[in-house]
Design a protein around this ligand. Structure first.
Ligand code: SAH
Length: 517
């Protein structure tokens, strides 16, 4: 019987060696995503800094074993022992590695100790940077008529300092040569290949931080590769491609054509809301890092809400007002405990914003009114004009809801407004996200879809200099909160995700022009 079966007394842990791909989260495999989503411990290093980490469950233990400013990487033996220790504690452990775990990833070494101790292991292959970085640069690693094979070679020195590459042999193959970890030994690689008889005009390319927003591609030839790297200050991580196919970039380069290529967008919405915006941005070529800074926590056992649902079923409300998609979700979760959608049969529905309207549509409800401008005050003003004396209005929404909505509605006179807190907005922090390093980087933007999101962000990362944050905000309320903290702000024309995405494009264009001057 398998020791993972439920009637076994002791739960045995398991380790998954998962390839995270080269950077773009879209290159993580479906299996990798599933495994990561169920992890209890995640052991990761420097190459994993972006989107993939947002898939880790909030309560998983994170162990960073990569280089940190001033500190060194954890020794391989210590990593091996760490994985073993966590597995023996009975945990589901994911060892997350850049690219593919078996391509210069020391994956095999990590498995040895686990196997010796009879710990169950699985390997989830990943998309290696050796192939993905050239692909994102528009360089096929093989091509009919130009190269019949590809060699992936490490440029890492051995412990004794030497580079053990048989350049003669590789030069003879006529293969496309892809070097990983070769930036610090670039001159040895270049000389080795030239001495082995490879022509100096063989096309070559360096792809730095491939598949991320910081991807940079330098095309040159073998004789000038070192010079080009120095002149352009090329740095690791980068792959080096030597071979005839490198020149195909001129024809096949594609990533730079996408409207948001080169742009890194940090999406701060609550987790359950962020995927729609994230995928809109990714389709346009942005690198998206999802860093939820607020979470929606339903108020449990609210007697006011229970009473309101009862009254709703008795047809006592004339209007119900929803102010956010989260408000819709939380209200319907509560409603479905005792009733169903028919409870709303006799009342009209108002929605603040397109996202809210869409959330209602997803539950089979068409909103009867949307304000002309998506803010609480306008909704209050416009809805109050529709109210009749004696009308009752139900507003199930966040505890910290906008006050003007109610005060404007109250101007209608003889009406009863039940403003009921159905959820709290709680702040949270993603420990893996190094805001102070990532946000000030060029072409990096934080996207905010609510003022509470801005507050949550500032609360999570109080130490960083907030004036370095380029904030793309969904509306004037969000923008004014971001301005309060000294951020550089762009505001979308409409309070919709499509308009927010356009606003990011505009911001990126403006900044690029500014930097040019
Ligand atoms: N297992 C990894 C390789 C680990 S060795 C894989 O399959 O991709 C680390 C080297 O990988 C780096 O020195 C660099 O040469 C390469 N590398 C990793 N990520 C990269 C990226 N996004 N762009 C370019 N090179 C990358």
């Amino acid at each position: 019987m398998n020791s993972n079966d439920c009637n076994s007394t002791e739960r045995k842990g398991k380790v998954w060696l998962v390839g995270a791909g080269p950077g773009d989260i879209g290159l993580l495999t479906l299996k990798g995503r599933d495994v990561l989503g169920k992890a209890e411990v995640v052991v990761y290093d420097a190459l994993i800094r972006g989107g993939v980490m947002s898939l880790v469950p909030a309560d998983a233990e994170l162990v960073y074993v990569g280089k940190r400013a001033g500190k060194h990487t954890m020794k391989q033996d210590d990593i091996n022992r760490l994985l073993l220790g966590k597995a023996l504690e009975g945990k589901r452990v994911v060892r997350l590695k850049g690219g593919d775990p078996f391509v210069f990833g020391r994956g095999g070494e990590e498995l040895e100790l686990l196997k010796e101790n009879n710990v169950e292991c699985e390997v989830v292959p990943g998309v290696t940077s050796a192939f993905a970085a050239p692909a994102y640069a528009g360089i096929p690693v093989t091509h009919r008529g130009l190269s019949t094979g590809v060699s992936v070679i490490t440029g890492h020195r051995r412990d004794n300092g030497s580079l053990d590459i048989d350049f003669q042999a590789y030069a003879r193959t006529g293969n496309t040569l892809v070097f990983l970890m070769g930036m610090s030994t670039l001159d040895i690689i270049m000389k080795g290949l030239l001495e082995a008889g490879m022509p100096g005009d063989t096309p070559a390319a360096i792809i730095e931080k491939g598949t991320t927003a910081s991807q940079r591609v330098l095309v040159t030839d073998l004789a000038h590769i070192k010079q080009t790297a120095e002149y352009e200050h090329a740095t690791a991580p980068a792959v080096i491609v030597v071979g005839q196919t490198a020149k195909l970039r001129e024809d096949f380069g594609w990533h730079e054509m996408l409207p948001l290529s080169g742009i890194r967008a940090v999406v701060t919405r609550p987790k359950e809301l962020s995927s729609g915006l994230a995928s809109m941005l990714r389709v346009k070529g942005a690198e998206v890092i999802e860093v939820p800074v607020i979470e929606i926590e339903p108020v449990s056992g609210s007697s006011r809400l229970e009473k309101a649902i009862e009254d709703l079923q008795n047809g006592m409300y004339r209007w119900i007002v929803f102010t956010s998609p989260s408000g819709v979700r939380v209200f319907f979760d509560e409603l479905m405990k005792t009733a169903d959608i028919r409870a709303l049969a006799s009342c009209r529905v108002a929605a603040l914003g397109k996202g809210t309207e869409a959330a209602l549509a997803g539950r089979g409800l068409k909103a009867d009114m949307l304000p002309t401008v998506f803010d609480g005050r306008t909704l209050g003003e416009e809805l109050s004009g529709l109210l009749q004396p004696g009308d009752r209005v139900l507003i199930p929404r966040a505890a910290i809801g906008n006050k003007e909505l109610v005060s404007e509605l109250a101007k209608a006179g003889d009406v009863i407004i039940d403003d009921i807190a159905t959820y709290d907005t709680v702040y949270r922090k993603a420990d893996w996200f190094d805001a102070g390093t990532i946000l000030p980087e060029p072409d990096t933007y934080a996207l905010f879809t609510s003022a509470s999101g801005v507050r949550g962000f500032v609360n999570a990362y109080p130490e960083m200099d907030h004036s370095t944050v380029r904030a793309v905000c969904i509306g004037p309320m969000t923008a004014s909160e971001a301005e309060k903290h000294g951020m550089k702000v762009w505001t979308s024309e409409e309070a919709t995700l499509a308009s927010l995405t356009e606003c990011l494009e505009r911001a990126a264009k403006e900044q690029k022009n500014e930097w040019k001057h």
